[in-house]
Design a protein around this ligand. Structure first.
Ligand code: FAD
Length: 397
């Protein structure tokens, strides 16, 4: 049975993660306002995540399973008020923490994982004319001797500037539809690969977002993730489904970022109100509580509920059980709750919440993306409906 209570050592790690995350608080605004500037290796007063490593060494096999615990770490880290170093999704401690790393782990061969496992990899699917409908991608790849030649344009690549390379989706046979779609590892510096733009954004400004172009870009033959160069004649889409499975790992990670923003905003509001003497009095009955107390209770309950959906999806993955449905549930719930709770936190705080002097408005701006990338809220609802009703993607679009 799933049990999401944290052991003492797990709780110590989570507390330390927040402490360390808060150490860059004094710099948050600067890097918000200068979003294309990369912070130096160590900022003044910054404490490194290496402080947390020794605690990890004290974990026991019966502590919370690893992916589940990493989601809790991601929520703790994202709720801190001082994060200036990107999204810090599933693996905030290591360099190999990009969305492309999850793809490598879920679709790469053992040789590919050994060769590229230490790189920081972005994930590049979206194109100027293709977003939600990923099977419609236009980028192409063909084999020329011992190299793949890739052509196409990609946009909205998270960590696309600071990564070592990206997992790039392209079709090797347009007439085959989704059966022809493959993913390739393309390293920075590959001939014909250019970083053409960096976006300016409403939120998540510590995370860079890039646009790429590929013009006769050449990569070695073994860059095809999973190594399967065939296109099923019957239109079968096992390969495509294989890469789609990546989302079952990345959606909980992205959802954890949304829950983190909700938690950060809620905790800010709770502390600010407590400083003014407004706190939830649990000894009172429902009809005796003030509207603000009731609102605080609802915000916290929503945040905790969303966190549990994230932990559940990750726990299934830890147990090697299917989690397609649960990954979409947590992504949809995380996106929703992030919007409503950051908004609700601002509501109870009133005018001060909009000020640049406080971090709560940043949580609202940062959180908006949670319901867009890695599949929008509407797309998650489609997937959930298909899973529950037993429809295929052709039957329910
Ligand atoms: C900051 C940022 C970072 C990103 N990072 C990455 C990344 O690292 N890698 C990557 O590949 N992409 C990334 N993306 C792209 C992101 O995944 C897409 O923006 C997202 O999938 C939506 O695609 P779209 O913007 O083309 O919107 P569209 O697909 O055009 O959708 C527009 C609206 O229509 C709705 N809609 C679309 N189809 C349906 C349907 N069938 N039923 C109901 N409603 C529907 C959508 O929910 C949305 O509300 C990022 C985007 C942003 C903004």
């Amino acid at each position: 049975m799933a049990d999401f209570r944290f052991s003492d050592i797990d709780q110590q790690i989570l507390d330390k993660v927040v402490e360390v995350g808060n150490s860059t608080q004094a710099h948050t605004r600067y890097y918000e306002d200068h979003e294309h500037e990369t912070p130096p290796a160590r900022l003044e007063g910054e404490r490194g995540f290496e402080e947390v490593f020794p605690l990890f060494g004290q974990r026991k096999p019966d502590d919370t399973p690893m992916m589940t615990f990493m989601m809790a770490v991601s929520i703790a880290r994202g709720s801190a008020r001082g994060v200036v170093r990107g999204l810090g999704l599933a693996m905030p401690m290591g360099k190999a923490s990009g969305l492309g790393n999850a793809a490598l782990q879920s679709a790469g061969t053992p040789e590919q994982k050994a060769k590229w496992g230490d790189l920081f990899l972005a994930m590049s699917i979206t194109e100027p004319n293709v977003g939600s409908d990923t099977k419609a991608i236009q980028a192409t790849a063909y084999l020329d001797g011992d190299e793949w030649v890739i052509n196409g344009d990609k946009i909205f690549v998270t960590d696309g500037v600071k990564c070592d390379g990206a997992i790039v989706w392209a079709t090797i046979d347009k007439s085959a539809g989704r059966a022809g779609i493959k993913s390739f590892l393309v390293l920075k510096g590959a001939p014909g690969f250019e970083l053409v733009r960096q976006e300016k954004k409403l939120g998540i400004r510590a995370s860079d977002t890039a646009a790429y172009s590929f013009r006769d870009c050449r990569v070695p033959r073994d860059s095809l993730l999973g190594g399967d160069e065939t296109v099923p004649k019957d239109g079968g889409s096992a390969g495509y489904k294989g890469v789609m499975k990546t989302f079952n790992m990345t959606r909980p990670a992205v959802a954890s970022g949304g829950v983190a923003k909700a938690k950060g905003a809620f905790e800010f509001a709770r502390e600010a109100l407590a400083a003014e003497g407004v706190e939830v009095d649990w000894s009172k009955s429902f009809n005796q509580r003030s509207a603000v107390e009731q609102k605080l209770i609802e915000l916290e309950a929503d945040t905790e509920a969303a966190a549990l959906t994230v932990l559940h999806a990750a726990w299934l993955s830890d147990k090697r059980r299917p989690n397609n449905l649960e990954s979409s549930i947590c992504k949809a719930k995380g996106g929703d709750v992030c919007r409503t709770v950051t908004q609700g936190a601002m509501e109870v705080l009133g005018g001060m919440s909009i000020s640049h002097d406080h971090v709560v408005e940043k949580f609202l701006r940062d959180g908006r993306i949670s319901d867009i990338y890695e599949g929008t809220g509407q797309i998650q609802r489609l997937i959930i409906a298909r899973e529950i009703l037993g429809y295929s993607s052709e039957e329910l679009t």
